[in-house]
Write a protein that binds this ligand. Structure first.
Ligand code: SF4
Length: 306
């Protein structure tokens, strides 16, 4: 095994490859913030990695096969070297769980998106006992509780923050409700803390993320309240959010486009199709009429903005 005896004292190198959306990018950064605690440093050169982590996405066609193909490639690269610890995270990990370890013995750990907070224990346990395991519980509250204790070190001018995860809408074409679990909104104060810490380390723009970001609701606070509170933070210049669902595009959210000083004039609002019949078959829970109503209201707010 490529993970040597004492990771705290060794210069362990982790290579993280991320597929998919901004939320996976955020997750990969948070996974890195976490494994740093047990002695890993990031490398951009996968050939020198002791640990090869694939953060996967299930949205595209043949997602699963792409992962096995990638593992085949890693096997070839490390054929004449010490095998790295191979970890699969993300939505394919959630959907396939134990099956991945059964099908591909080169894989060591499989971790679903709501179990990242267990990664250090899993790695250390694997080092001790050499036992392959999968963790795919929907432990969202425990995950964010744990991540709160670990500083977000994005340090980028534009930083992502996940504020909401999961989905209760069950569009017929989408796997998210099964891979990310039910809708969950992070505590209001915890998000503000994370934004402040990012701004202190140089971030100028915050992108609030959620599978249904505008479904955000914590103890009566909605996305509009959160944006208005975030924009009070000195040093922060811009706020964006993605991705929204038309069903949750409420009046209060539309309204802040007129008053907000830092919210960018941009809305990512998937229309999916121009046909009510197809929207219905997709189980999208909105019609073309309601979509256009939202569009016209937003247009009015933008035009009336001072
Ligand atoms: S609302 Fe979005 S995340 Fe939820 S099922 Fe539909 S497409 Fe997927």
């Amino acid at each position: 095994m490529g993970l040597r005896k004492n990771p705290n004292n060794m210069n362990q190198k982790i290579f993280i490859k991320t597929f998919g959306c901004q939320m996976n990018e955020y997750d990969s950064n948070r996974i890195y913030d976490t494994v740093k605690k047990i002695g890993f440093n990031k490398t951009e050169n996968y050939r020198e990695a002791n640990c090869y982590l694939l953060n996967t996405c299930h949205i595209r066609d043949k997602a699963k096969e792409k992962v096995y193909h990638e593992i085949g490639r890693v096997k070839k690269i490390f054929r004449s070297k010490e095998k790295p610890l191979v970890i699969i995270t993300g939505c394919v990990a959630q959907a396939e769980n134990q099956e991945m370890i059964n099908r591909e013995p080169y894989i060591d750990l499989v971790i679903g998106p709501q179990s990242y907070h267990k990664i250090n224990d899993m790695i250390l346990n694997y080092k001790e006992k050499n036992k392959k395991i999968e963790e795919t519980e929907f432990d969202t509250i425990a995950k964010f509780d744990y991540l709160r204790t670990i500083k977000n070190r994005s340090g980028k001018v534009s930083s992502y923050i996940t504020i909401q995860e999961g989905c209760d809408k069950f569009c017929h074409f989408c796997v998210v409700p099964y891979t990310r679990g039910p809708e969950y909104s992070r505590p209001f104060s915890e998000i503000l803390e994370e934004v402040k810490s990012l701004v202190n380390s140089g971030t100028k723009e915050i992108v609030l993320l959620g599978q249904n970001v505008n479904a955000y609701e914590f103890e009566g606070y909605k996305l509009s309240n959160l944006i208005l509170e975030i924009e009070k933070i000195n040093g922060l210049e811009r706020v964006r959010y993605t991705t929204s669902h038309p069903k949750d595009m409420t009046e209060d959210l539309i309204d802040i486009y007129k008053h907000s000083k830092k919210l960018m004039p941009l809305v990512h609002l998937p229309v999916q199709t121009g046909s009510d019949k197809i929207l219905n078959l997709m189980n999208r829970k909105h019609s073309i009429k309601t979509y256009l109503e939202i569009f016209n209201k937003l247009k009015k707010k933008f035009l009336l903005k001072d």
